[in-house]
Write a protein that binds this ligand. Sequence first.
Ligand SMILES: Nc1nc2c(c(=O)[nH]1)N[C@H]1C(S)=C(S)[C@@H](COP(=O)(O)O)O[C@H]1N2
Ligand SMILES: [Mo]
Length: 323
Amino acid sequence: MLTRVRRGWELPESQATPESVFLERRRLIKAAAAGPIVLAGAGLLGGAARAAVEEDPSAGLYPFQRNLRYRLDRDLTDEDLATSYTNYYEFGSSKNIKDKAQKLPIRPWNLLIDGMVETPMEIGIDDLLAKMPLEERLYRHRCVEAWSMAVPWSGFQMSALIELAKPLASAKYVKMYSFLDPDNASGQRARWYPWPYIEGLTIAEANNELAFMGTGIYGKPMPKQNGAPLRLVVPWKYGFKSSKGIVRFEFTDERPVSFWEEVQGREYGFWANVNPEVPHPRWSQAEERVLGRSDKVPTLLYNGYGEYVAELYAGMEGEKLFM
Ligand SMILES: Nc1nc2c(c(=O)[nH]1)N[C@H]1C(S)=C(S)[C@@H](COP(=O)(O)O)O[C@H]1N2
Ligand SMILES: [Mo]
């Protein structure tokens, strides 16, 4: 009989018990012990392996300790699927952009934090990682195209970044800019799109405990096709709000117009909260196709995260909260 030891992030949620935390810790300790040997050995590695180590100096930080507060109601999506069926229009409009995305250089990667903040700053991704409270979270992800997945994200709570940025009291929104690099991102040579990709949240949304900055997935650094080295993860909103390849956080008192809102404002709005009862103008949002499964499951209001976020929208009935 073939048996295989599952790693922590492969455990279905039903098995994510305190025991898995213990096993996770043991694995972390082992990984830490192995760390220096791996690094010392890097000098002996062949060119390709050495290049991999050099390109992502954060690799040794993974995996992060899982935060068990965030639970799933379904199994994790297969890693190969979640990292090969991806939306990233900077590299084209198909789901199969994995190879093209490898062209994007992700070091050095500097983040600009500016606008209505106490002191604007520029910080390299690795310096930022060193300052942030790193953890792993299991979240559902619901694309506006009615497919969904459930994945372990590595990263940090966005509120820690807001705290570092120190926005002024007058700032109401954080506007996120993704990279602009048409030489390496073939999709950005399509001039009819308003590059760079822009998204935004209210400061209250960004400070909600669910708002997460993703730096990795499945216990490893983020693959380029999933938005390395830094992406947003806001699981109660349609997937397009979760910008990949972010380079700038601008604090502002003006509501940002997001990429898809500018492309097609009749179909995509600023809030984009998940709601099965509000159809997209061209299709129903009542159900979703779970990647890797053939059946469909009902979509939940706020993608099932209402207990965390519904209060953010109290008294906003006039707004188009669900598109
Ligand atoms: N910069 C950028 N971010 C993006 C997109 C994009 O095209 N460009 N696509 C969005 C959409 S529509 C979805 S569903 C998610 C997909 O994330 P995944 O490929 O990691 O599943 O990324 C979002 N972030
Ligand atoms: Mo999406």
